[in-house]
Ligand binder design. Structure first.
Ligand code: 13P
Length: 255
């Protein structure tokens, strides 16, 4: 598997954080720090910050994403936002299947698949999240869980579609806990996901697929994690809320 064949992407997931003035200030601080980065830089922000972020990132090297989207183009889905609405705003990326959506809002592998399809059809790039719970890791079924999540999410996607999908491996036990997977653990599962993609498609598709790691990635551990042969950048929660920390991670991945 050749790391040179694919692009590292560092994406921030702001989750439910930052008002508009705070968003503007953070982006203002971040933009000069990540100028000319050796990897792609994305910030996924709350819906209410999308326009602010699009405006504040204009002319910078930062791309903007949302944190979720619905699968229908429009309709009676109170509180939801469609992929088409995001695309119309000028948003480029969307996170789909984050474990917090699965845990707290009842999202399933099937709805993750539908959201992925809708996002691609709207012209968005998808950051598709998979990851096992602690008891699943302890039971030795990480590969089964992550493999199934990947296969169901990708059902119906063509090889062409894959070019607009990034997979983010986020072990749920490592999210917001300060308990990072070791570099070896991250690489092992990322590698496994790549073999799943290879079996579903082919080696070229698997080699070209950006597979991130996410879960307590920070300025101190980013070097080691992003240096792993199957880790193509990261999806960053807490550390993406501080410009200096996020920029340090971008620098590590861009090496
Ligand atoms: P933390 O980096 O805060 O652990 O969050 C990871 C995450 O969930 C990114 O989507």
């Amino acid at each position: 598997m050749n790391k040179a064949l694919r692009k590292a992407v560092i994406a921030g997931n702001w989750k439910m954080n930052k008002t508009r003035p705070e968003a503007k200030a953070l982006i203002g601080e971040l933009a000069p720090l990540v100028k000319g980065a050796g990897c792609d830089v994305v910030i996924c922000v709350p819906y209410t910050n999308l326009e602010t972020a699009l405006e504040a990132t204009r002319g910078t090297d930062i791309k903007v994403g949302a944190e979720n989207c619905h699968w229908a183009p429009s309709g009676a889905f109170t509180g939801e936002i469609s992929a088409e609405m995001l695309a119309e705003l000028g948003v480029e990326y969307v996170i789909v299947g984050h474990s917090e959506r699965r845990q707290y809002f009842g999202e399933t592998d099937e709805t993750v698949n539908k959201r992925t399809r809708a996002a691609l059809d709207a012209g968005l790039k998808v950051i598709l999240c998979v990851g096992e719970l602690l008891h699943q890791r302890e039971a030795g079924i990480t590969e089964e869980v992550v493999g199934l999540q990947t296969k169901i999410a990708l059902a119906g996607m063509t090889k062409e579609d894959l070019k607009n999908i990034i997979i983010a491996y986020e072990p749920v036990w490592a999210i917001g806990t300060g308990k990072t997977a070791t570099a070896a653990q991250a690489n092992e599962v990322n590698h496994y996901i790549r073999t799943v993609v290879q079996k579903l498609y082919d080696k070229a598709a698997a080699d070209a697929m950006t597979i991130q790691y996410g879960g307590s990635m920070n300025a101190a551990n980013a070097d080691e994690l992003t240096a792993q042969p199957d880790v193509d950048g990261g999806l960053i929660g807490g550390a993406s809320l501080k410009a200096a920390d996020f920029a340090a991670i971008v620098k590590a991945a861009g090496r």
